[in-house]
Ligand binder design. Sequence first.
Ligand SMILES: [Zn+2]
Length: 383
Amino acid sequence: MLPIEIALDQWIEEAIKRRASDIHFDAVEGGVCIRYRIDGLLQEEDRVLSPRADQVINRIKVESNMDIGEKRLPQDGRWYWQREALTCLLRVSSLPSLYGETIVCRITGNEGAHKSLVELGLPAPLVSDVLAVLHRSYGLFLVCGPTGSGKTATLYALLKTLPVESESIVSLEDPVEVSLKGVVQVPIQERAGLTFGQGLRSILRQDPDTIMVGEIRDRETAQLAIQAALTGHRVLSTIHTNRAEEVEDRLVNIGVDRYLVKATLQGVLSQRLVRTSCSHCQQGQTNRVGSLSSVAEENRHTLELRQDVSVRIREDTLCPYCHGSGYYGRTAVFEVLLLPELGKRQDLGGYSSYIRQSLEEQGQQLVLQGRTRPEELARVGIF
Ligand SMILES: [Zn+2]
């Protein structure tokens, strides 16, 4: 059996090669189940039995500077992992659960953080319209969508279009995942008392041109962000709603006056991440299906009797690029809401007439282009 350190290195290396965003070490009865999150979905990679499983968990805790004596409370840590040419920062968290500690390692900085809006999936004709609205001197610009829909990568892409040399740009992030040139990035440290609200107060005293707030999730942050937008700052943030039109009601629910939302909101991008079809299996699909069914036909009896044979046949014919999932990589689908300039609004009324593109419209386009499938759109709640 491999030494623990080497086995861990191999799991991490494999996870990076397969573009995983997280590695789960889930405590299950009798051991640990290792799973990778690839393109948003978990896939089981390996299982380790006790007592070796405990050694694996301990090793991860040592590497990420956690207290190995503490098993009853959640902990978090960081692990700068390196092996030959590969390096990455793992953000590690432990959670005491029924069968022991469950550990999740987030592999940071490897997905989307350096992409442009077009690379993220915003159709090129809409990019200049979005930027024209964002580049107005002040007001609130929001990105919304469920957790894990790629909002942060979009915020980064928006920030990168601003003139960093001539403007002062400050961001409040929880945590700072990727360093951005020309942006003063402030990490939130709630335990030390630096919350979004507190940080925003301090930032406003320095009067920057643009403020990026990682997320608006409480009354204080919402009111300060709106206040900043009203007093001549450009404010970018994310908010947890499903559709662009719901942003106003969400802010009102949090505790902002409706007229202040109408007086500051400039634009909203709502987004989802959908998996894109694997181009390699699309090319070889007919062959693959053909060979699978003929093999299955010949071996039907054997297959019924011996499950391991069917597993072997499946593995032989799996597409090496997507490991048989049929998907490789993800793209964002955007809904774009752009409002007129603040001085030129008569009565805004409903937002629906300002939707430039809905999630359904872009989703449909992607299906027509053969880049994703209807069932994938349904999985993320579009249609
Ligand atoms: Zn494939």
